[in-house]
Design a protein around this ligand. Structure first.
Ligand code: CAA
Length: 379
């Protein structure tokens, strides 16, 4: 498979790198401490075209391929994993799903403002009792003719409060199990819809994660995505691409921590020489770089497979599984290389280690990715 980057790929990568350095790096520690959403930075991401990268220009997007998206995601996640997840959910779970499966009217009304970054979207699948076991949806969408009556609670929703548009999975025909689930587009401010508590998280603390409550929310039937009962297929189909985005986020976190470690190891002296001259550190750097490169190849491969129009379920799951494990391992080693400095906020790597953990959990835990891969092997 050819991973040669085109001139366009390189310029997208450079634009994301510049934006991350100039706009995300200043204040990244403070936003983490204060759990402050990067509102101004996300607005600028929209202006620069990072919020709807793969959406066709007809709907206000960048019309780019998945590889461009992962290149930008990696650069942004190197510096600020919180901003990266805001971008990832909007791009791959909300915009991509709407463009692929939405009606013309839904695209005109909802996709256009989402793709331009004018508003942000959220993907609402997880529930208090339905995380990995996503078919067990308890939220209900009762068919009332022209509308659905939506009732239930969603948990751990990224962009929970900052969003204006929510894609909500809910059960309409419980007897049909996952084949009875629908995906409904819900707008913030509709009667009966409220945003619950903000989660106090270990990492990605500047992204806002909330529970959401729906109490007799009337959703017009034209806001259902796809045929009756298509909601679970919609969620799974969309998550396949989402997993490539999170894999790229994990890759970025690992690469960011690695770059800081190389720099620090050259500057820090111990036993009369820079620590980079000690073999104990050299071996760590060599292992970090090798694993990051392997993760990068899996992420690029998943993006390429998707761009070529082939089935990418397995490639996406493998990229997410491996890149997230690498992110956790590399950031832990980065803290070790930094020693005491690594354990304090000022040196960034402790935040990266906390940020890395979620990549093994959201958009399907590592265990779920293994289930998906095993099913692909054995089917
Ligand atoms: N792609 C396409 N279709 C898929 C699929 C995939 N990756 N995984 C499952 N499906 C389909 C199956 O083919 C099946 O379809 P049919 O009935 O037509 O055959 C249907 O979905 C149900 O699948 P299973 O019978 O395998 O059901 P299961 O309960 O045994 O397993 C699961 C389902 C794979 C575990 C699924 O529940 C799952 O992926 N769970 C993880 C949920 C998840 O990723 N949540 C992320 C939340 S969003 C988030 O995290 C965003 C954020 O904040 C950043």
């Amino acid at each position: 498979m050819d991973f040669t980057l085109s001139e366009e790929h390189i310029s997208v990568q450079q634009a994301a790198r510049d934006f991350a350095q100039n706009d995300l790096f200043p204040g990244v520690i403070e936003r983490d401490i204060e759990t402050r959403f990067p509102a101004a930075q996300v607005k600028k991401m929209g202006e620069l075209g990072f919020m709807g990268m793969m959406v066709s220009p007809e709907y206000g997007g960048g019309g780019m391929d998945t590889l461009s998206y992962v290149l930008a995601m990696e650069e942004i996640a190197k510096v600020d994993a919180s901003a990266a997840v805001v971008m990832s959910v909007n791009n791959s779970l909300v915009c991509w799903g709407l463009e692929k499966y939405g009606t013309e009217a839904q695209k005109t009304k909802y996709l256009t403002p989402l793709a331009s970054g004018e508003v942000i979207g959220a993907f609402c699948l997880s529930e208090p009792e339905a995380g990995s076991d996503a078919t067990s949806q308890k939220t209900t969408a009762e068919d009332q003719g022209d509308t659905y009556l939506l009732n239930g609670t969603k948990n751990w929703i990224t962009n929970g409060n900052s969003s204006s548009i929510y894609l909500v999975m809910a059960q309409t025909h419980p007897e049909l199990k996952h084949k009875g689930i629908n995906c409904l587009i819900v707008e913030k401010g509709w009667e009966g819809f409220s945003v619950g508590k903000k989660e106090d998280k270990m990492g990605i603390r500047a992204s806002d994660t909330h529970s959401l409550m729906f109490s007799d929310v009337k959703v017009p039937k034209e806001n259902r995505i796809g045929e009756d009962g298509f909601g679970f297929k919609f969620a799974m189909g969309t998550l396949n691409g989402g997993r490539i985005g999170i894999a790229a986020q994990a890759l970025g976190i690992a690469a960011g921590a690695y770059e800081l470690s190389v720099k620090y190891s050259k500057e820090r002296k111990a036993f009369g020489k820079s620590i980079s001259e000690h073999q104990a550190i050299q071996f760590k750097l060599a292992d970090m770089r090798t694993r990051i490169e392997a993760a990068r190849l899996l992420v690029y491969k998943a993006a390429r497979v998707k761009d070529m129009g082939h089935d990418y379920v397995e490639a996406a799951a493998m990229a997410k599984l491996y890149a997230s494990e690498v992110a956790m391992w590399v950031t832990t080693e980065a803290v070790q290389i930094h020693g005491g400095y690594g354990y304090v906020r000022e040196y960034h790597v402790e935040r990266m280690m906390r940020d890395a953990k979620i990549t093994q959990i959201y958009e399907g835990t590592s265990e779920i990715q293994k289930m998906v891969i095993a099913r692909e092997i054995l089917k």
